[in-house]
Design a binder for this molecule. Sequence first.
Ligand SMILES: [Zn+2]
Length: 447
Amino acid sequence: MLFAAMVLVSTVEAEEDAPVLVLRGAAVFDSVRGEMLPNQIVIVRGERIESVGANLSDAVIPPKADIVDATGNFIIPGMIDAHAHLQHQLNLAHMTGEEVLPLYLACGVTSLREVGDQVSVQKLILNYAEAHPESCPRIFMCSPLIDGSQPFHQDVGWDLSDPEKVPAFVEDMKAWGVTTLKIYVGTQQPVGKRVIEEAHKHGLVVTGHLGLYHAQYAVHDGIDCLEHIWSVFDYIIPDGPRPDGYRSVMDLTTPKAKDLIASIKEHNTAVDPTLTIFRNALLLTDLEAVYTNPDLAYVPARLRKRWESHRANQGLKPETFDLRRKEFEKYQELTGILYREGVTILAGTDTAEPYVIPGFSMHEELERLVESGLPASAALQSATIRNATALKQEANLGSISPGKLADIVVLTADPLTDICNSRKIDKVIRGGIVCDPQTLLKMVPPE
Ligand SMILES: [Zn+2]
């Protein structure tokens, strides 16, 4: 009893001794309501937010507090990339994930949702990130890509074609500390449905880049998220040959499309469109703005070289550019329709696919979401509170609220008047640790 009391006292003392950071005078984005609140005071104690408000008259600011005058700045919650790979693609450039982690933090991405790699590799990178919170985002682990008997990706796929093997697989993933399970293109409904049932028993989240297991069944079976706008789009494309080889002419208002969208809404399934990979790596890699992006200067040469070889061997023909551009516009049109119908939209990028630059691509995704018809406030909600909720981390992440982890981005311009202002980062705070973006960018190996 005495021992317990002593432990309690020492914990309280430790919290009281924790450094206090006060950000005074900035506007704060309320990600729950989608509004910018002027002239706020944010008090951070240790790794968590202690209080936030306009008139913190009751707040006792300790004499030793580090007070930052943030007047004229705009504070948003640390962003979460809902679709990141720390092994796949990087391995082809002979890189390991921790080498690029400072890029995320420099860009205001304080958490990553892994969506499919080998779990032992993820665990090593996660351990590295936890040991280096001053330069790395938080990582939430995922299963490998759950696939049929011949996994599409040899490096990060997993043959789970027997439904009887699902319970043991899910238990194993839980034991590794995985929080998301990812169904991939070769999974059929009997396995997919079982994965969803077993995952939910263990409190895990299931997402899917679907193929054989069509979206209307997966949504009905209770899948939590759909990765890539393709998971929705591919189901509603008309049967038969495509007139132009690209899906640039397509009616998104057919009864089939309307039924699926209504079902997604009814089942509260989130959709993570990942528009950046479609534009930068698949359809419009030959767009000059993609391959001469100035942010490529921060990408290690090994990875840039790998991306350049992807572009050189992709076989995109200049004469199809217009059709490809129109197909991409269809993806954006569908994203806008989903948003207006009330579907939860997540913000994920699919980095480090070619030209989907770790960290920087989050800002591109926000811009693509706004182009698709989301207000800037909704795009920011996707990147913060929606993604936190998709990870079941809304108690810790996703908003500037008392008790939550102090993952904070301080901007010099208002992202609600122009979403591109999300790039104007003055400082990034990760669990109370203040990080300078320029210093972080220099930590990434140039070669
Ligand atoms: Zn992916």
